[in-house]
Ligand binder design. Sequence first.
Ligand code: F6P
Length: 377
Amino acid sequence: MNGKKYVGVLTSGGDTPGLNAALRGLGKASLQNGMQLIGFYDGFRGLMQNRFLRLDEKNLSGILTMGGTILGTSRDKPHKMPFGGKMLDMTDVMVDNYKNHHLDVLVCMGGGGTQKNAHRLMQSGLNIITLPKTIDNDIAKTDVTFGFDTALGIATEAIDRLHSTAHSHHRIIVVEVMGHNAGWLALGSGLAGGADVILIPEIPYNVKNVADAILQRSRSGKRFSIVAVSEGAMSDENHKLLETLQTNLDSAKNDGEKDKKEKLRLELETFNKNMTQSTLLLSQKLEELTGLESRVTILGHLQRGGTPSAADRLLATRLGTAATRLILQEKYGVMVAARGETFEAVTLEEVVGIRRTVPPDHAWIKSARAVGTCLGD
Ligand code: F6P
């Protein structure tokens, strides 16, 4: 149970504000408990390449308020690592590096993909603890993820600012908020910023309903409208098309029909490529249907940049220091979940492969409907 602990840590997936606060929380608490810490650069890639930084009081200081991650990050996966022009399974190399450093545990900070990859490494024999970070807020079994609050603030401020220009020009402004599969960010910022229409991946929209809501506003003397749309929001037609493509692809896979599978895979690729233009197309369609001028603002990576909010600093520090407590107890194979003002260690099996999307009866949805926001359905 006891003895000096050797801790490895990495940050993986898209960066989020709060990662440095979490590294500091974990790092300082671990050093205070006599542990030794190394941080691997650039996520799982650094673990594979054995590129690391010894973390000490000096380099853990002054990072609480910094955005990004001092360790760097990547979206590389242990079992599909780009190497020498190929995608190779480098899990064994990572296991060896972990052992060569005599690590007791590897702490992985990341989103849904990172939880899966960390779980895979756990199955290869490593002691793992994960922390839930993503601006998308879509990780299962935690109340919230760090990074979300900061992004929510940035997107809300953007919607606030877009109001005055939309109002002055009597325009529709369609503002695209991050979130391919979960609408927390668009819904939260749309609600907080008073968007007139909020479109999220969980609720396929009918463009005519959206146009009608805008025209209705116009008729009542409100000559501008703000439409907050998630990256992954889809019209009901596209939603149906995607479902059909996916069902057909699954059955081609099950039936071992190689040519059909390849054809459908390409069709799905084209569909996803076209979807990257969906916000622009929505804006054009709204112009057509309403006769009003429309502009698009894509918030993009602005939402992930800069200093973390106070709430994210608190959450990340809480979860980082909680990870140290779990290391002291040798409680591994778990994610440190936020649970009210405290935390809970949930097994990785309970977390991986589950995306926490917005439930149709969520309080935010009910409130949006109650104040007359159009959700496109
Ligand atoms: O997973 C977080 C996220 O910010 C998503 O909201 C967004 O769709 C994606 O990452 C963007 O990824 P990248 O930074 O790799 O382009």
